[in-house]
Design a protein around this ligand. Structure first.
Ligand code: GLC
Length: 427
């Protein structure tokens, strides 16, 4: 399924920025600090009196996001703590009651609109502050007084807030639900969004199936076939948290590049998250990662977002995109040798160039000692594999004729059947 209505922007803008920001930034531990560190509500709520991000500058944020090649923004209006980053009439537990007193969602929406930059809003279904939300101590829940629990009342509150968010801030490009712990089904919630914001995409973590799936971090099994339905994967710059974490263990650039390459080359979107500090600026570690990953993504974007074509390379170390006379080989692991060999691939390109560096590599279909008597193998040769280890690379094969290889053209060799995992790296 692909969107053909106003939601089709989602297929054009494939790399987005995720921002987790709330009063928890003051603790600098985790966006779920209240639950994970068992902070009593009365203690946690004192952050409201201190939250004053004087350096928050939506222009600087959007400049940074755009310079780093990202094309839409998903912002946490309300995380599990229930604190609202906008001027809501529905609870006092909101940004207008901090010393800052300015509507952060509104400021971001205004800047996004000026740039025609899509903004999606993250809204947590679980709510540790609203007395009616049945916090029963299930996963991602604390325990609150059951005497006040009333799911109907909470859902009315939630719908009024969604109406506010979908009414007061102009065009909104999506609602990003999270953590529907009781797995409640209520189609009226997504219908309300559709009625108010026809360009809004809705993820699959809310009260109905939604428009797209949301594989997170590395928790999903990897598949290597192009996606039939919209997918938006996400990960954060560091392993420890989505909100600001003073002691974050940042990921390697290469691990993030690999994830982005995999999901985009299969036709999906990717959200890269960072949590700003309580003063409204991003930590140096996060800024560096966003800059480096962005530089890499911008270089490879045309290849990563080209038509996905699965099954051409019979292995799991590379995925392919492209059409007509071009095939882009997105190398997810390796290259482990000076040659990248695709066994059983009998098409000789005119040229093979690295889209990372512009270097051209020779290639042959001649058998070598180990492949004599086997189906042809394309060998892309003389690659500086040690120099290439730091970045995810894309090799572009350019053919003389429009090129439409079919997966069934690729014959299996005995060796592949015995040992499929290392199939392509045979040299
Ligand atoms: C996980 C985390 C949550 C975060 C979300 C982002 O569900 O528990 O805190 O907001 O991932 O996808």
């Amino acid at each position: 399924m692909r969107f053909t209505d106003q939601r089709k922007w989602f297929h054009e803008k494939r790399f987005g920025m995720f921002v987790h920001w709330g009063i928890y930034a003051l603790g600098g531990r985790h966006e779920q600090e209240q639950m994970r560190y068992s902070v009593p509500a009365a203690e946690y709520e004192k952050y409201v009196q201190r939250f004053n991000p004087e350096k928050f500058d939506p222009v600087a944020w959007l400049d940074m996001i755009q310079e780093n090649g990202m094309e839409y923004l998903v912002f946490t209006a309300k995380h599990h703590d229930g604190f609202c980053m906008w001027d809501t009439a529905e609870t006092d537990y909101n940004i207008m009651n901090t010393p800052y007193k300015k509507d952060i969602v509104g400021m971001l929406a205004e800047e996004c609109h000026k740039r025609d930059f899509p903004l999606e809003i993250y809204y947590s279904c679980v709510d540790w502050h609203h007395p009616a939300y049945p916090n029963l101590g299930r996963h991602h829940e604390i325990k609150t007084d059951p005497a006040h629990h009333n799911m109907d009342e909470y859902m009315d509150y939630l719908k009024r807030q969604i109406r506010e968010l979908c009414t007061n801030y102009g065009k909104i490009h999506g609602i990003w639900w999270d953590m529907n712990v009781p797995e409640l089904v209520d189609p009226s919630v997504n219908e309300l969004i559709r009625q108010l914001q026809p360009a809004a995409v809705i993820n699959n973590r809310g009260y109905g199936p939604g428009d797209y799936s949301t594989p997170e971090r590395d928790y999903q099994a990897e598949g290597f076939e192009p996606y039939q339905n919209p997918v938006e994967a996400c990960d954060s710059v560091g392993a420890n948290s989505w909100g600001y974490c003073a002691e974050n263990d940042y990921f390697s650039i290469r691990k993030l590049e690999r994830q982005i390459a995999l999901y985009t080359a299969l036709g999906g979107n990717f959200l890269l998250n960072a949590g700003p500090k309580a003063d409204g600026t991003f930590a140096d570690g996060a800024t560096r990662i966003l800059r480096e990953v962005g530089k890499w993504y911008k270089k490879l974007k045309p290849a990563l977002t080209a038509t996905p074509c699965g099954g051409i390379v019979p292995n799991t170390t590379a995925v392919c995109t492209g059409k007509d006379k071009t095939l882009n080989l997105v190398i997810l692991d390796g290259p482990f040798a000076e040659a990248f060999t695709i066994r059983g691939f009998g098409y000789l390109p005119e040229r093979v160039i690295s889209l990372n560096t512009g270097e051209e590599f020779p290639c042959t279909l001649e058998p070598i000692a180990a492949t004599i008597g086997m189906p042809p193998s394309l060998r892309i040769r003389k690659m500086p594999c040690d120099r290439m280890k730091d970045e995810i690379h894309v090799l572009q094969m350019q053919f003389a004729e429009p090129f439409h290889p079919q997966p069934q053209n690729l014959e299996m060799t005995e060796e592949k059947e015995q040992n499929s995992s290392d199939f392509s790296q045979f040299v």
